[in-house]
Design a protein around this ligand. Structure first.
Ligand SMILES: C[S@@+](CC[C@H](N)C(=O)[O-])C[C@H]1O[C@@H](n2cnc3c(N)ncnc32)[C@H](O)[C@@H]1O
Length: 223
C-alpha cells in the first residue's frame, strides 16, 4: 500500500460498509436523476471526451455499474450484445426495469456496494461507470477494481470515470466539489495495477467548472 492510500485510510475512520452507506444515502429519491438527463450528451456525443473511449470497448457482454435511472443505458443498450445494469438502490433498479422494458438484451441486479452481484468469473467483455465512482472513497474503488479483475474475460476492458480530487477526505455530500470522494489519477493507477489490471489510458478532465476534478481511466485485464 502506498503512503497516499495508508494516509487516506488513517483519516477515514469508517468501515467499508459505513462508507458505502454514507455515499449511497444522498442518491435515494434525489432530484439529481431528472436534472442530469439534460447533460447526458456529454457522455454520448462523438465529439466529447467519453464516447471515443467507449468505442474502445468490446460491447458483447457489458455491465454498467451504478446505472441510476438508466439515462446511459438508453444509449449503451443499442450498442451492446448483453447489458447488465447494477445499482445499490432498489428503487433505481426498479426504475430502470420500467424505463428500459422495450429492450430484450438488458438484465438488472441490485448490488451491495463493493462488488458485481451474480456475475460469474471472466464473464464480461466490458464494464463502464459514469458519474458515480467519482463519489466513491478509495476502499470502495479498490474493492470494485479487485472484482473487475475477477469478472472481466482476459482482454476485457473497464472504463471508469472517477475522482481526481485529493484536497480533503470529507464524506458529506456538499463537503467537496461535486461531492467528490478522495482519489487521484496516480492512486487509481496504483490500485488498478495492484488488482492486476493494465492501465491503457488515463485523462484528467474538468467537471462542473472545476479544473482537473475528474479522470477517465481505461483498464484491461491481461490475456
Ligand atoms: C450521481 S448518481 C449517477 C447515476 C448514473 N450513473 C448517471 O450518470 O445518471 C450515483 C449513483 O451511484 C449509485 N451508488 C452509490 N454508491 C454505490 C456503490 N457503492 N456501488 C454501486 N452504486 C452506487 C447510486 O445509487 C446512484 O445511482
Amino acid at each position: 500500500m502506498s503512503n497516499e492510500l495508508t494516509d487516506t485510510k488513517f483519516v477515514i475512520d469508517r468501515t467499508i460498509e459505513e462508507q458505502v452507506d454514507i455515499i449511497r444515502k444522498p442518491w435515494e429519491n434525489s432530484p439529481y436523476y431528472d436534472s442530469a438527463e439534460k447533460w447526458t450528451f456529454i457522455f454520448w456525443d462523438q465529439d466529447r471526451k467519453f464516447k471515443p473511449y467507449f468505442d474502445m470497448l468490446d460491447t458483447t457482454a457489458m455491465l454498467e455499474l451504478s446505472c441510476g435511472h438508466g439515462r446511459h443505458a438508453e444509449h449503451s443498450a443499442k450498442l451492446a450484445g448483453k447489458l447488465t445494469l447494477v445499482d445499490i438502490i432498489p428503487e433505481n433498479v426498479d426504475f430502470c426495469r420500467e424505463r428500459l422494458k422495450g429492450f430484450d438484451n438488458i438484465s438488472f441486479e441490485l448490488g451491495k456496494g463493493t462488488s458485481f452481484p451474480n456475475t460469474a468469473d471472466e464473464s464480461l467483455t466490458a464494464i463502464y461507470c459514469y458519474d458515480a465512482m467519482v463519489h466513491f472513497l478509495p476502499d470502495i474503488v479498490e474493492a470494485y477494481l479487485k472484482d473487475t479483475a475477477r469478472v472481466l474475460k482476459p482482454g476485457g476492458r473497464a472504463l471508469y470515470h472517477h475522482s481526481n480530487y485529493s484536497a480533503s477526505n470529507r464524506l458529506i455530500k456538499g463537503g467537496t466539489p461535486g461531492a467528490r470522494g478522495y482519489m487521484t489519477k496516480d492512486l487509481f493507477r496504483e490500485l488498478a495495477t495492484s488488482a492486476k489490471l493494465n492501465v491503457l489510458k488515463q485523462e484528467i478532465i474538468d467537471w462542473g467548472g472545476h479544473q482537473d476534478l475528474d479522470c477517465i481511466s481505461l483498464l484491461e485485464k491481461p490475456c
